[in-house]
Ligand binder design. Structure first.
Ligand code: SAM
Length: 158
């Protein structure tokens, strides 16, 4: 799994935001059995499914990214969570300084837009292999973030 190599560059707890059916969080948890993994999912029904398949080092949390504690994860990953600018706004506040967001993305991703969003919330776009976006957390989450549920989608930062 190529994503495992990208993620392995960052230490600390991993959170899969919008884990759904467990991708990519469950394979990543199996790939690194010593790493603490959180499978974060907004839908209760999907959490029940995740509970059945999560390995010992993975914990399921039912909730929305915008409502979680901030600045604790070493790496936040997401696949098919939302448009990348929204996904970055949801994921980056969870990550501590020095950590990163790793998004699985398609070829049409608007890198400049993602970079502009990241710059508003203490993030910097880094080089990454095709199919991935890596945003490094360069400082603490700024005052006022995460914004209220629904706002990131309705009024994107860029
Ligand atoms: C299209 S699914 C993708 C699931 C999985 N990552 C995959 O690639 O198969 C998006 C998931 O994100 C969840 N989700 C959407 N917004 C969320 C949020 N703000 N916080 C946590 N989960 C969210 C949805 O409930 C849904 O299960």
């Amino acid at each position: 799994m190529r994503g495992a190599e990208v993620v392995a560059r960052f230490d600390g707890p991993l959170v899969d935001v919008g884990s759904g059916g467990g991708a990519p969080g469950i394979p990543l948890a199996f790939a690194e059995p010593e790493r603490e993994v959180v499978l974060l999912e907004a839908e209760r029904r999907k959490c029940d499914f995740l509970e059945r398949w999560a390995p010992a080092n993975a914990r399921v949390v039912w909730g929305r990214a915008e409502e979680q504690a901030t600045d604790w994860a070493g790496v936040a990953v997401a696949k098919a969570l939302a448009h990348p600018p929204t996904a970055v706004e949801w994921c980056l506040p969870l990550v501590r300084e020095g950590g990163a967001v790793v998004l699985w993305v398609g070829p049409s991703v608007e890198r400049a837009r993602v970079a502009a969003v990241a710059a508003r919330i203490a993030g910097e776009l880094e080089d990454a292999p095709d199919g991935f976006l890596v945003v490094r957390k360069s400082g603490p989450t700024p005052e006022g973030f995460p914004r209220r549920v629904g706002v990131a989608k309705k009024r994107p930062l860029a």
